[in-house]
Design a protein around this ligand. Sequence first.
Ligand code: SAM
Ligand code: SF4
Length: 333
Amino acid sequence: MSALIDTYGRNHRNLRVSLTDRCSLRCTYCMPHDFAAWIPNDDLLTTDELITIIDVAVSQGIDEVRLTGGEPLLRPDIVEIVARIASMKNAPRLTLTTNGLRLKELAEPLAKAGLNRINVSLDTLSRERFKTLTYRDRFNDVIEGLLAGKAAGLFPVKVNTVLLQGINDDEAPALLAWAIENEYSLRFIEQMPLDAGGIWDRSTMVSADQIYADLSAHYTLTPVDGRGSAPAEEFYINGTQNTVGIIGSVTRPFCGACDRLRLTSDGQLRSCLFSIEEVDVRSVLRDANKDDAAKRSEIAARFQKTVLGKLPGHGINDPSFIAPPRPMSAIGG
Ligand code: SAM
Ligand code: SF4
């Protein structure tokens, strides 16, 4: 089958798969805390459906799959999903982004099932601030989850941090000191307008420049060459091999090198986090008039359609920008 190359020559090798829109936290920048527009259970892809779509994607050149959500570890079949992807012919590199709450019990089974690496999200070192940011008192569970990830050999454990003005914007240097001490690889992500019209405000967003300046006041940062399609700009810290990443999605877009596609938990393909349009693959899988070969071929065609509809950039900085109606938790981060 053909590679997933768009009209701007970008070859798509990375598929982000949202396993659920449900979550055990309510991070203010990701979904409104009283959000209730959950995807109906019947619309969520089954394990078999997910595996078929991922297998078709792999046959079209996808070589990295990141499982995400919502909170992917809420899926009861998470270990089975990992094991089945890891045992595919031409198995992709397999990573997972999680809030860490269930890692204490799942890190080891996931590593044994073939997971290659994890990203854990943590925005603060303060239990009180964690509660303010997530509407849940679960800070200690994340810390225990991180330790379990490391113990299970999912190394290096990456930590994703979003800074919010007036809540945790003073924590960048302390978070980096903590990450170095605990051998976590830290990346700061600029807050994006993906909270379904909630709290995002360009004028109060903590920018990549501000994060860089705050870190530079305490550390010597030297750029790492060769970013490729990676969203993070990486820096060596104090002349060591330790690095920190800054993802300037809004102020320093990297769309020109983007190689990512997304599959939502209800079976919609998206060419971008900010896509307004989606391409349905769930209905193909549930079409009683098609045999397996016809379904695979139609899914492959819909991947091509998704890629060919991809815009050159996310457009956040265009005056005509419209944020997607789904929050990040339902798209898959
Ligand atoms: N629940 C998992 C977690 O929190 O890691 C996976 C899904 S979450 C949507 C994936 C990543 O997206 C997290 O690191 C989170 O911090 C980030 N994220 C969510 N909303 C965001 C926003 N509006 N801007 C930037 N990053 C965001
Ligand atoms: Fe849940 Fe992750 Fe969104 Fe936080 S960032 S609400 S943990 S999906």
